[in-house]
Each structure stands twice: as C-alpha cells, then as structure tokens.
Design a protein around this ligand. Structure first.
Ligand code: KPL
Length: 293
C-alpha cells in the first residue's frame, strides 16, 4: 500500500520520499533505480528518493503503511523528526495500533484511514495496482477535511473524508473477524465459507451486538448481509489472514479478533463465540509456530 501511494503521488508530480526500514532495503531500492507502477496497460517508472529512519530531515506529512503490529515501533523511530503539528496518516488494518501510534506522537495530528484498494508486488519495487477501490480518511476530533487532501485528487487516489472514521474501521474490523479467521481454520477461500453459513451468522450477530455495546450502532447495521455479500463477491480469493498463515507470516489477529474480544471484556459483555474463535485461532497459529499476539 505504501509503494502504491508513493508511486501515484510521484506520478502526479508531488514530492515523495520513502523511509525504508534498514540499510539493506535502501541499497536494494537504490539498485532498482526507483519504483515502477503498473496500472492496466500503463507502466510508469518513477524516480523517487529514499532514506533511513535515522536521517535528520524533518517530516511534515507522513503516511504510515506498515502492518499494525509494526506501527508503534515504526513511529517511535521517527517521532523526533516530526514537525510540531505534522500530519500522520495511519493506514493499518483493524483497530488498536492507530490509538497506540497517536499516543506516541501527541505533537502530531493523526488521521485514520481505511482502504479497499488492492495492490500486489510483482517483484521488489514494482507494484501492480490490482483493484480500484476507495479510501476513507478521518479524524477522531476534527470534522473538517484538511485543505491538502486536494492533492490526493491530483494523484487520482479515490478518497473521501469521513466524519466518522471509527465507525468505518469498526465495520471493516467486524467483516474481517467474521471472515478471515474461519478461512484459516477451514483452510478455504472466502467462498468456502458458504458451507459454514450458520457459524458465520452466529459470529455476525455477536459482532453486531458488540458494536452496539461499543457505541457503534451504525457499523452494526445489516452486518450479516454485507458479510455474505463480501463472501460472494470475493469467493475465489483467499483472505489476507489465510495468505499470511499459508506463507508462514505473522497475522494481525491482535488488531482484529483480539481487539474485539478485549473491547467485550472491558465492557463485561459476553461474546462466547468470538472468544472460542479467538482461542481456536491462537491454537492453530501456535501449532504452526506462528506468533499469536
Ligand atoms: O479484507 C478482507 C481480507 O481478506 O482481509 C476481506 C476481503 C474483506 C475478507 O475478510
């Protein structure tokens, strides 16, 4: 997602700098002479500069695109470089990491984002824009969109300011909780869950009740209908969590099911099926030697 945003901003002539995690990555990037963006028939090689987190240069606007479990450490590494009043856009899945990052940088203005865009890396530094989607951005305190958001228009990044971004993030979290863990446990595509409809429906009603209890009634509306629509529309795809497990990668379980179960615990709200699903997933991951936090 980071390279997709960087490539589109650069293609529109906007200044972009990548911050890469270590010297080896930076060397690898410099050897590739920049990024390449593939979109349909069009291929654009783009010259973009890159640097390390420990560089001195001050940052006015930062897009944080790492996985949820890496976000807090990533921001800690560069917090001292942020201008007072800098903007940080957080593009992580689930919930929990955004609040942890915001607490680390009280001097910055944090914007939460939720995206349905799809991209994959054909190889290092060559990104294919696979699925036109949409990105919602919003702030938990400010209702007005910042002026600079217009620059995203120039870059053809489809977006919208969302006055209630938390509702969008909760809704996406609920969708991911109803679909992703079951695809891992049944080792199936999203469409494979059509054979487990009752189980999906039970989770959806528990999730919807939890959303209401968390003051997110809008996010709870017709949840099961949307979950079934997504299952149908993405029936041949493997969920992102299934792909992570299949490739032996860490999952974002703590920011999805873990977050939902913790929210329920804090409110002394009973969610037996979500707890059972969380435990089954933890057992599954630990049997495969994968982290379950
Ligand atoms: O977002 C998804 C994912 O795989 O992470 C969908 C397609 C909604 C499935 O949960």
């Amino acid at each position: 997602m980071g390279t997709l945003w960087a490539a589109r901003l650069a293609r529109a002539g906007l200044p972009v700098t990548l911050i890469l995690r270590n010297r080896a990555r930076l060397q690898n990037f410099n050897d590739a002479y920049g990024l390449t963006l593939v979109e349909g028939e069009r291929t654009d090689p783009l010259t973009i500069t890159a640097q390390l987190p420990e560089t001195d240069e001050r940052i006015e606007r930062l897009l944080l695109t790492c996985k949820a479990y890496d976000a807090e450490q990533a921001i800690a590494q560069i917090a001292h470089r942020l201008h007072p009043g800098a903007t940080v856009i957080l593009l992580q899945n689930g919930l929990g990491s955004q609040q942890a990052v915001a607490a680390r940088v009280p001097q910055a203005h944090c914007i939460f984002a939720s995206s349905t865009e799809g991209a994959y890396r054909e190889r290092d530094w060559r990104v294919v824009f696979a699925g036109q989607g949409h990105t919602w951005l919003g702030d938990t305190c400010l209702n007005e969109a910042p002026i600079w958001l217009n620059e995203l228009q120039l870059s053809h990044i489809a977006h919208e300011w969302s006055p209630n971004i938390l509702s969008r993030l909760w809704r996406k979290l609920a969708l991911n909780c109803a679909i992703n863990p079951l695809t891992v446990l049944y080792d199936c595509t999203n469409g494979g869950l059509q054979a487990h409809r009752t189980e999906v429906d039970t989770l959806c009603s528990e999730l919807a009740a939890l959303l209401v209890r968390c003051d997110q009634a809008d996010a709870a509306e017709n949840l099961a209908d949307e979950v079934h629509r997504v299952i149908q529309a993405t029936s041949n795809n493997y969920s992102s969590m299934h792909q992570d497990v299949a490739q032996g990668r860490r999952t974002e379980i703590s920011y999805l099911l873990g977050y939902a179960c913790q929210a329920a615990r804090q409110r002394q709200f009973d969610v037996p099926h979500l707890h059972a699903l969380h435990q089954r997933l933890i057992d599954h991951l630990s049997q495969r030697g994968l982290p379950y936090d």
